[in-house]
Design a protein around this ligand. Structure first.
Ligand code: ADP
Ligand code: ADP
Ligand code: MG
Length: 448
């Protein structure tokens, strides 16, 4: 087993990974920018290495600095968390070149799946149903032709995309040229790659994803789905499992497709296959996330698996107990508490947390890195805490989530807590019949 692992991240996910390492008897080495000197992940780690000034591209995104932090402290492996370098195949190669085990899939798999247009080509070859769209990337000319062929609305998407950036919905032909230029510029700024592709916009769509875990002994374990349709700006706000949109047959078809895809691409470690489910119940692939996901605790609460400990063991060569389907029980819901202002289009609202008292009690888990008095720096993601609840069925889980949210005291910055409370209490959410357009369609007092 590894003796010491570098955690190449910050925030709640760095804390989550350090906890798993300690439970396995492994030492954790943290990295931190000067904005995170007092952060919880630095205090919990056995050692911590300062890697640079606050901007991520001068600290958490600097490959040579992170690799040096791992080698000089005698680490055997690196856990990338999510975001930052977690899906960067160059980073995976740099780790391998320095005899550091990267806790995630191999570099070549990550490179292929990181280009979302190429990933779709691989999925086509594996027989996985795709959202209709261009085969590969599209010039402006090709985008016009594709929109004509599939019919509006279409989505322009960045091949290198992630985090909802570089994406534009186009509803009519006259908007296409401008939208193409905007999506291209946004993708260039965010990913240094302005390559786009086109997809038919599925409407209404539900985002349903399958969690997988693959070892190096041929076991492919699928761990059920997560419904992630409550979104703002194409980014998730509330996730739950099981999805109220699936029956047992559809669920098995999706898990079977994900399993087939894993075998086809030689997937390893934890990953997520994202699908859209259309109004007819048909599912189609949009992308693979080659990493641990923000919403992984939803699956942990339903399967009783510890996905992070499993990631570490599998990266060390251990075999899963079995492949196939992970067993699951009950219903879990995650609410992302972001320092964002719902009244101003969810814009990030960093600042000092004058009060922070997370809820306790049965069936409640809170993953966070902040405390009362913490200052949320403006440089990084706006996620400050995740509230995850589990209960025996969906109705009970919703009531438990609302109870926990009402106990959750947060003051000092605007957050998504109140809007989440209202969403969970709405008729439409309770009915289970909702789509990714929920926030555009439902009138909420928290948005008024
Ligand atoms: P999840 O499905 O796990 O929520 P997201 O796409 O929301 O995944 O991304 C999780 C985190 O990773 C967010 O902080 C997001 O901003 C960041 N992220 C996702 N993709 C990229 C990328 N290509 N480059 C940089 N950050 C990314
Ligand atoms: P990212 O890499 O930013 O996570 P995704 O391709 O996963 O991008 O898409 C993010 C979200 O955008 C989806 O969860 C969904 O809400 C919406 N979306 C993406 N593709 C489509 C599509 N073809 N039709 C309708 N909605 C889509
Ligand atoms: Mg996605």
């Amino acid at each position: 087993m590894f003796q010491r692992v570098l955690v190449a991240n910050r925030g709640e996910i760095a804390v989550r990974v350090i906890r798993a390492l300690h439970e396995l008897g492994i030492e954790a080495v943290a990295v931190y920018s000067t904005a995170d000197e007092d952060a919880l992940h630095v205090r919990l780690a056995d050692r911590a290495v300062r890697i640079g000034p606050p901007p991520a591209n001068e600290s958490y995104l600097k490959i040579p600095t992170i690799v040096a932090a791992a080698t000089t402290t005698g680490c055997d492996a690196v856990h990338p968390g999510y975001g930052f370098l977690s899906e960067n195949d160059e980073f995976v190669r740099a780790c391998e070149d320095n005899d550091l085990v990267f806790i995630g899939p191999p570099a070549d798999v990550m490179a292929k799946m990181g280009d979302k247009a190429q990933a779709k080509a691989e999925m086509r070859a594996a027989g996985v149903p795709l959202v209709p769209g261009t085969e590969g990337t599209a010039t402006l000319e090709q985008a016009r032709a594709a929109a004509e062929q599939f019919g509006f609305p279409v989505l322009l998407k960045a091949a290198a995309g992630g985090g909802g950036r570089g994406m534009r919905l186009v509803t009519e032909a006259s908007d296409l040229d401008d939208a193409y230029a905007q999506a291209r510029n946004e993708a260039l700024a965010a990913f240094a790659d302005g390559t786009l592709y086109v997809e038919k916009a599925i409407k209404p769509a539900r985002h349903v994803e399958i969690q997988v875990m693959c070892d190096s002994h041929g076991n492919v374990l699928t761990c059920g789905e997560r419904e992630c349709s409550i979104q703002r700006r194409h980014q998730k706000l509330i996730e739950e499992s099981p999805s109220p949109a699936l029956d047992a047959e559809q669920r098995e078809a999706m898990e079977e497709a994900a399993e087939r895809a894993c075998r086809h691409i030689g997937y390893r470690n934890a990953g997520t296959f994202e699908f859209l489910v259309g109004p007819d119940g048909a599912f189609s692939f949009i992308e693979v996330n080659c990493r641990l996901q923000v919403e992984h605790p939803v699956t942990e609460l339903c399967t009783s698996m510890d996905l992070v400990r499993t990631q570490i063991r599998v990266a060390d060569g251990a075999a899963l107990e079995h492949g196939g389907r992970a067993s699951r029980h009950g219903h879990a819901i995650e609410i992302r508490i972001n320092a964002e202002d719902p009244l101003h289009d969810f814009r990030p609202s960093p600042g000092r947390l004058a009060r922070f008292r997370p809820p306790l009690g049965p069936g409640v888990r809170v993953d966070t890195f902040v405390e009362e008095g913490s200052t949320i720096p403006p440089y990084y993601d706006s996620l400050i805490a995740k509230l995850i609840v589990r209960d025996n069925n969906r109705h009970l889980a919703i009531e438990r989530a609302r109870r926990a949210l009402s106990e959750f005291e947060i003051e000092g910055v605007p957050t998504t807590r109140d809007i989440a409370f209202e969403i969970l209490g709405s008729e439409q959410f309770r009915s289970g019949d909702y789509s990714t357009s929920f926030l555009d369609e439902v009138e909420l007092a928290a948005l008024a």
